[in-house]
Structure formats: structure tokens, C-alpha cells
Design a protein around this ligand. Sequence first.
Ligand SMILES: C[S@@+](CC[C@H](N)C(=O)[O-])C[C@H]1O[C@@H](n2cnc3c(N)ncnc32)[C@H](O)[C@@H]1O
Length: 450
Amino acid sequence: MNRNADQAVELLSQGYNCAQAVLAACGGRRGLSRETAMRVAGPFGAGIGRMGGTCGAVSGAFMAIGLKYARTGPGEDAAKETGYALARQFVARFTALHKTTCCRELLGCDLSTPEGMQQAKDQKLFETRCATFVRDAADIVDDLLAHTEDDDSIRRVVRDKYAAVAESTLSNDVAGVAAVARAFGYSTEELAAIPAGANMGLSCGNPTATASLRPGEVVVDLGSGGGLDVFLAAKKVGPTGRAIGIDMTPQMIARARANAAEANLSNVEFHQANIDKLPLADASVDCVISNCVINLAPDKPAVFREIARVLKPGGRLAVSDIALKKPLPDEIAGDVMAYVGCIAGAVMIEDYKRQLKAAGFAHVDVIDSGSDLNAYAKVENQSGCCSPSMDDASPKSSCCGTPLKVAQSSCCTPATQSKPELHSRLADLLRRYNVNDYAASVKVYAVRPG
Ligand SMILES: C[S@@+](CC[C@H](N)C(=O)[O-])C[C@H]1O[C@@H](n2cnc3c(N)ncnc32)[C@H](O)[C@@H]1O
């Protein structure tokens, strides 16, 4: 039962119009006062100004979306786009139920005329039909906003954890960190050729090894962390090409830029952004790479659409990631640390392919690389994999050397500032379930049709 929808119907029965009912009910939880809701939505009833146009319940829902997602100042274009996207999704869902958003079509009478108004009263349409529209509008808008709020809170948790990793002393000089990268396909020579701080042991593959990068190309790394793959890509595309890193965590961007200054490379740049809203022009990129990041994105179809948008026709995607071979047990699937640790956010291999195809990609392949997600545990006699604990990031205490809280837990799981009980709970889960039974390090290839 949706309490906002019940409240909206109750407000309608008290004589407020449909727009007021929906906005007051759905806006309250998002900080809007009842009086302001009634004032703002007042003129929108009965198809806006009693003209029989767009249903007031729909207008009220749009206003509730705007409370959360709208451009209110410079640099907020992403919020504007989200608001528009949610409005479109709302209309799609509302029309799926009622075929139209037009008041006069919904009611079968025109409230802009005295006859239409009389008909609505005689047939008690306000109490019956309008109550249904108000309830459905409140339900849909609450559901849409709840999903985005969930996505926001996931991103916040992920950002906090990786901010702590970025500020740690983890680097390629820590034996376990280098071992993690080597186990996922990096050569000792590759690792020696880039700043040590670029590798924090967060990878699950080596995308530049399979991306076939050529001199002069523009390559973008999604979730670039300390810049590991950006620096390797920069060497391959050379001074006539560009290697661009995108990461949403400011501390990662700061670390990557410091590494870039150390590497003295003229063809690298780093930008802070979510990978589902890339700050790049349409058709401007030859190749998109990424390493153990897309599994962390709450809205993967949006990420794939963005990749398709920025790739040139004929451009390619060469990604390392985690995907599922079979559904996770509920207790892992619902665990936030398993999410941050690159497991619980992963989708089934078949869904990965389907979502890429739905975004317009051709030649889609998602191949199990066969890497052991417990590889480092085996190498160094521990139970975890690719992210050592920052607390213990000294050369003698590697990823898998001394007992590291997160190294014992999961692939890519950062540790500090997390409650110890979270780590021990995840470590316990991963002792009871072999992660390799469910998840795989995958190589993803796809081409934007030319
Ligand atoms: C597991 S680490 C991988 C880092 C790097 N690719 C590597 O292999 O060293 C995940 C990185 O992705 C970033 N990230 C996670 N979700 C993201 C998102 N939705 N948008 C942008 N960056 C994201 C994190 O800040 C973090 O730096």
C-alpha cells in the first residue's frame, strides 16, 4: 500500500483538485509544505485551468519530479536531463494504464464546458475516475523517484568507499597490489612503465591488452581510478591520440591527475562524472575501455546508451568487468559491501549481452576470462581478491599477506571507514559461498554499427 497515493485520494475527496492532491501527497516527503503545494498546483486542476487539457494528476506528478530533479543553477544539466527522462517515463507508464494523459479523453467529457462539468458531477467522475488517476499518478511518481533515490544512495556508498581507497597509500609498490594486477593480466613491464600510484589493485582484467588501440585514436576509460589503464592507453595511442579518464569520485580524479603530472604525459586528461552521463560530445571516441566498474553502476542500460552515444560509428567497446554465471544467493545479492565489492551489482552474462544489444551495439561478446576471483587468496594464502585494506598498505602487508579485512572479503572491496561488522559479514558470506561458482571476470566486446 502506498501511503502517498492514499493521501492523494483523501485530499481529492476533501475538494482539492487533482494536481494539488498529487503534488501535496508526493511532495511532502521531499520537503514541500502543504500550503506551497496547494498554491503552486492550484491552477492546474481539471486539465490545466479547467480547460480539459493535460490531466492535473499528471501535472502534479511532473511538479513532484521537478522537486527532486531540475536545473536550479549552473552545472546542473544532469538534473535537468533526469527530470525530463522521468517525465517521459511517467507518461509512458500512465498512458499504458489509461491510453492518454488528456483530461477530456480520460473522462469522456469536457470540463471546459458547463455541460461537461455537469456530466462529470452527475456521473460522479471526480469521485471515481479522477480518484483512480490521482492514485495511479501518485503510485507511478513515487515508484520512479524511489528508484532514482535508491540509485543515488548506491552511488553515494560506492563513492565513499572508493574515496577512501584513493586517499590510501595503496600502490604498485605494495607487493600484493602488484600481484593482483599481474593475476588479472598486466605484465611486470607494463606496471613498471606507469606511476606506481596508478595501480591500487582494483582491476579484474586488462582491457588495453585486448582493445587493439592504434596511434592517433581517442580512448575513454570509464571509472579510471588512479589512471592505470589511461596511462597504458596513452602510450598506445601516442601523442597524436588522447586518453581520457572518467571517474565520479573526486579523490580518484585528484590522485589520477597527480599521477599524470608525475608521468608527464601530454595526451591524458581526467574528468569527474558519472559514467551514465559522460561529459563528451556525440560520436567523438574511437574506443571505450573500462575495468571492473560497470558492475558498480546502478543503471547499466543508461551507461550502455551513453557509450553508444559517444562512440564514433564503427567505434568499439573493450571492457573488463564482473558478470554472473548464475543468480547470487539472496544474502549476497542484498549485501551492500558485496555491491561495493563488485559482486552484488553484477548482472547475468546473458543480460549484459541483451542490454548492450538493446543500446544498439553489434558483434556483442561477453566472454568468461576464466580468471579465478579468488586468485590472490590462492597466491598468498588468503581468501579474498583484488582490494587490499588501506589500513595495512605497507610493503610488508600486502593484499593477501597479513589478514586484511577486505582482502579477505571480495573482489575490489575497499575497506577503511566501513564498519568492521560489514566486512566480517561479507567475509563470512564469501567463506560460505565460493564466488567463482556465481561470478566471473569477463571480457566484453561490442561495436557501434558504422
Ligand atoms: C573497482 S574501481 C576500478 C578502478 C580502475 N578502473 C582500475 O582498474 O584501477 C572502480 C572505480 O570506478 C569508479 N566508479 C564507480 N561507479 C562509478 C560511476 N557510476 N561513475 C563513475 N565512476 C564510477 C570508482 O570511483 C572507482 O574509481
